[in-house]
Design a binder for this molecule. Structure first.
Ligand code: HEM
Ligand SMILES: N[C@@H](CC(=O)c1ccccc1NC=O)C(=O)O
Length: 267
């Protein structure tokens, strides 16, 4: 019997798939994707370790796509579109925080079964993570010096991110398009004007809040990551050559948009 109760119809014809060429596995390129998890050891938890990192990098790829579009929307004055995209960005970033729980099901003992095979590789070398930081306003070309492992294409991407406008540049443009001055001396005055007159500037206020949530969520991830690191390796130094948790703790106070945090003191 077919799914809508008429004469028997074979499953492959239920949704007009007769002669259809696209398949689930083909559309998602699953054979290629599921062949990319290649442990360096026999340790049972290395598949978890590889899987979670590849999932993070896929989410980083999507975040870069959405944040570029949000930046473009702000430059174009389409603040509704930027706000729509930031709702998606915030939802993804909450998943990035939550999914650390999955990795924490790995014990330090089981991590040690393959950790020594990892050096000098480290998340420190995540090109997309740095792209997200640069696009969000935390540009630091010193990192390019530590990307000896990166391909020419990856280095070119990082250099482009260093040169191109940030989310903050786009927000300043949105302010200036509404007649608000954005020079270094005037920007705090404009942010206060927006904050104090939401009747006129609610869209700009809400967008600033979206930027701040992006900033706060990134800081939450850095804190969740270092907490997990301390649980996994304690005070050991990192495979990437850093002091480990102390280095990471030092980055938990970073801000993408310092003026939006400073604004609170002037309200
Ligand atoms: C057992 C799990 C993990 C441990 C022990 C760990 C440890 C570390 C350590 C010690 C560092 C500092 C650099 C170094 O010397 O290696 C680092 C950096 C980093 N890790 Fe992890 N990590 C783990 C999992 C992850 C995961 C799942 C991700 C997701 C992508 C990740 C992303 C990063 C990033 C982006 C950095 C650079 C942070 C920065 O420079 O601010 N790590 N990690
Ligand atoms: N830096 C980590 C090793 C590690 O977690 C890692 C190694 C290779 C690829 C990604 C990693 N994730 C984050 O650093 C450690 O020191 O144990």
């Amino acid at each position: 019997m077919g799914i809508d109760g008429d004469a028997p119809v074979p499953p492959h014809r239920w949704f007009g798939e007769e002669g259809g060429r696209l398949s689930y596995g083909g559309y998602l390129r699953l054979p290629e994707l599921l062949a990319q998890q290649r442990p360096q050891s026999e340790a049972p938890d290395e598949l978890l370790f590889i899987t979670i990192h590849q999932v993070y990098e896929l989410w980083f790829k999507l975040l870069l796509h959405e944040l570029e579009n949000a930046r473009q929307a702000m430059f174009a004055g389409e603040l509704w579109r930027a706000r729509h995209l930031f709702r998606r960005v915030h939802a993804v970033e909450k998943v990035l925080i939550e999914q650390v729980d999955v990795l924490e099901t790995m014990t330090p003992q089981d991590f040690l079964m393959f950790r020594e095979k990892l050096a000098p590789a480290s998340g420190f070398q995540s090109v997309q993570f740095r792209e997200l930081e640069f696009l969000s306003g935390l540009k630091d070309e010193r990192y390019l010096g530590s990307f000896r492992h990166a391909s020419d294409t990856e280095l070119a991407r990082l250099r482009r991110r260093l040169e191109e406008p940030t989310l903050w540049d786009a927000y300043l443009t949105a302010l200036s398009q509404r007649g608000l001055p954005v020079s270094d001396d005037e920007i705090m005055g404009s942010l206060l004007a927006v904050a104090r007159d939401r009747g006129s500037y609610d869209d700009l206020w809400q967008l600033a809040e979206d930027l701040l949530t992006h900033d706060a969520t990134a800081a939450q991830w850095r804190t969740r990551h270092v907490q997990m690191v301390e649980r996994q390796i304690g005070t050991k130094s990192g495979t990437g050559g850093s002091t480990g948790a102390p280095y990471l703790r030092g980055r938990t106070r970073l801000h993408y948009f310092p003026l939006l945090w400073e604004l609170r003191a002037w309200l």
